[in-house]
Design a protein around this ligand. Structure first.
Ligand code: CA
Ligand code: CA
Length: 175
């Protein structure tokens, strides 16, 4: 492992960064979460080779011009896997000081396209969700240490007035 190099790249968002699809609460939309829940949050990601010890789920606020509307969906994947998007997600992730590490993970073909993906579970309490959080960013290093993989999906935090009300506007809005 080249953890120190990976960490250095991670810090400035200028290392190798790539985007994969992420579906918070697969098969559910909106992705509603009770921040006081003692349970776990399932998240699927379209990439099988994570160094799981580096994976974080990061709550962020605001409007992001994602290609999808309210929710990413593993059955209808829409994301921009270009360098610009990867850099944007990396910078967005750095605006948050909260993150959770997965308590469970398993490699499987979530969307049935013949390529392996990864399922994760995160403790909801580890996320320290706030009512105006709008997205969750999944970030982790590749097992070969060469690249950071990032993905984003919306979250609707129950019990607040926040939620992802700007999801569609964000999707259509400018940058
Ligand atoms: Ca979902
Ligand atoms: Ca797959």
């Amino acid at each position: 492992m080249f953890a120190s190099q990976a960490a250095a790249d991670d810090q400035d968002c200028r290392g190798c960064s790539k985007v994969c699809w992420v579906d918070v609460k697969p098969s559910s939309c909106p992705n509603s979460v009770n921040p006081k829940s003692a349970g776990v949050l399932p998240v699927a990601a379209g990439w099988p080779h994570y160094d799981v010890s580096t994976v974080e789920l990061i709550p962020v606020k605001g409007s992001y011009d994602a290609a999808f509307g309210d929710c990413q969906d593993f059955t209808n994947v829409q994301y921009n896997d270009d360098t610009e998007t990867a850099t944007k997600l990396c910078e967005l992730a750095m605006t948050s000081e909260r993150s959770a590490s997965p308590t469970w993970s398993r490699v499987e073909d979530v969307d049935g396209d013949g390529d392996d993906d990864t399922k994760f579970k995160f403790k909801v309490s580890d996320l320290q969700l706030e009512s105006d959080d709008t997205y969750l960013i999944l970030k982790g290093e590749s097992t070969d240490g060469d690249c950071t993989f990032l993905g984003i999906d919306s979250v609707r935090v129950l019990g607040g007035n926040g939620g992802n009300q700007n999801g569609n506007a964000g999707a259509r809005g400018g940058k």
